[in-house]
Design a protein around this ligand. Structure first.
Ligand code: SF4
Ligand code: SF4
Length: 120
């Protein structure tokens, strides 16, 4: 009983252990990985990210020049960012917004062959 009273009094006069979210938001930990982003103009459709993704949530069609990611299957491991040869993938410091439906990130770029043809 004495111990409990001691704790109650101590808690009454000490700083709160919780934050008043969303008014007080804690900063990110070092190495935090947020939303996955792609700069589709820099993508060469090599498919490395698709092959290395442990969740198999990336699909790259190098003929059509499409890059898609099933955002809700992504586990934020960062492997795709690390292996991308052009550095066109990155992870921002924001959490992905809450969603009530399945989300697919879908991007249309220009396949290497078409880029070559356009340059000629
Ligand atoms: S962060 Fe990991 S799980 Fe998410 S798309 Fe990249 S490789 Fe796949
Ligand atoms: S690894 Fe990078 S360049 Fe290759 S397909 Fe994926 S995003 Fe595009």
């Amino acid at each position: 009983m004495f111990n409990m009273t001691k704790n109650v009094v101590a808690n009454l006069f000490s700083k709160s252990s919780t934050r008043l979210y969303p008014f007080a938001v804690r900063g990110h930990f070092e190495g935090f990985r947020g939303t996955l982003n792609i700069n589709i103009d820099e993508c060469i459709f090599c498919r490395t990210c698709m092959i290395k993704c442990p969740s198999q949530c990336i699909a790259v069609d190098n003929k059509a020049g499409t890059w898609t990611c099933e955002a809700m299957s992504c586990v934020y491991c960062g492997v795709c960012v690390d292996v991308c040869p052009t550095g066109c993938l990155s992870m921002s410091k924001e959490h992905r917004p809450v969603a009530t439906e399945k989300q697919t990130m879908a991007y249309q770029g220009v396949p290497k062959k078409k880029k070559k043809e356009a340059a000629e």
